[in-house]
Design a protein around this ligand. Sequence first.
Ligand SMILES: [Mg+2]
Length: 421
Amino acid sequence: MPPPQHRSTFLNRTAALVVTSGLPVSLGAAPAAGAKSYPSLGRTEDYAEFRIIDPGLTLTQVESWTQGQFGIVRIATNDGREGYGQLSSYEPDIAATVLHRQVARHVLGCDPAQIDALMDRVIDANMKFPRSYVCRALAGVDTAIWDLYGQIKGKPVCELLGGKTDPFPVYGSSMRRDLSPEDESARLVKLRDAQGFQAFKVRLGVPTGHDRDASPGRTEKSIPAVRKAVGDDIRLLGDGNSCFTPPKAIAVGRRLEDSNYFWFEEPCPFWELEWTAEVAAALQMNVSGGEQDNDLAQWRRMIQMNAVDILQPDLCYVGGFTRAWRVAKMGQNAGKLVVPHSSHLSPITLFSLHFMAAIPNAGPFVEFSIEEDANAGERLYRPALKVTAGKVKLPDGPGWGVKINPAWLEKASYLKSEKPV
Ligand SMILES: [Mg+2]
């Protein structure tokens, strides 16, 4: 930390810039030649990546509904408009408690037009509770604001940012480690033939498994067996879920390369960036990761040290669409592709489709679960996402383009925070 006199000098200079230019510092004052700038992480009230709607509205209400592993958020404005979003899945009742205790009070009374500043304010105010559940809760507000933007503008979210609702390719994402290589291969072949999937992801090792395998030799047997079954034209991905130390990860990676897999995801414990970088440097193939990461500074480090080639933020774990956009932008500046983590068919996959339709550095497909459908029978929202010829058409309606099922909301636990107009 700099000595106090340096800090006050900096503050005085900052104040002078505001007075003389009449503009916010980050927008009005170009950095001197050679000076560093810090735009991608935000962190100032004046940082504005997005100005989708005109300023002037006020957020007056935040509501949440949670049931099972899923949670829905609705925000309302002083003129009676609404937007729907989603809390991070898994323990959503805890995220809802954090939403109403630690997030809502920093959001209510604010202008939803200033989404970057709003996100930063919540993160800054919760410095004693860095990220995790704060981001899981914040995602609900952020994604609801993006839906609100779409309602106001009468456009799908991706179109607000120059994207199109055209069918987007998806990859079939397996979560199973209990199937034999033969049984796993058989079901992937069936899905390929029935729905036209052109890519699949299979599981390797055991999550945070310290080099263990789900059954003896499963990882080594599965890699070539799945390739042989689906054929050479299908893109294959392998996910280690933080299982391996670098020597084992490199050995597994060589097998993936021998069978022409497209990426090796989260080969090492995700927090061990140096380990992951070691694996990425040793292998020819792509290493991907980042689904757990919700700290934008950690993302910057991960990108700078080339720990991963493909970035996989989870739009809800990271704190919403806006923060995931910042990750994508850092990736774009470093020439890296993005394929978000979206491991079930709750609205998160819908958010990822809009995101991928809009960002310039989208990877070739969106993750699409082939396990139990969280939206079976449209119990959460309609229309359901459907795979045809390996692609999913984005809904054309405004915002996220779906209607949350009132019957699901009725059975859920409900909480509300409000600020009277
Ligand atoms: Mg993963």
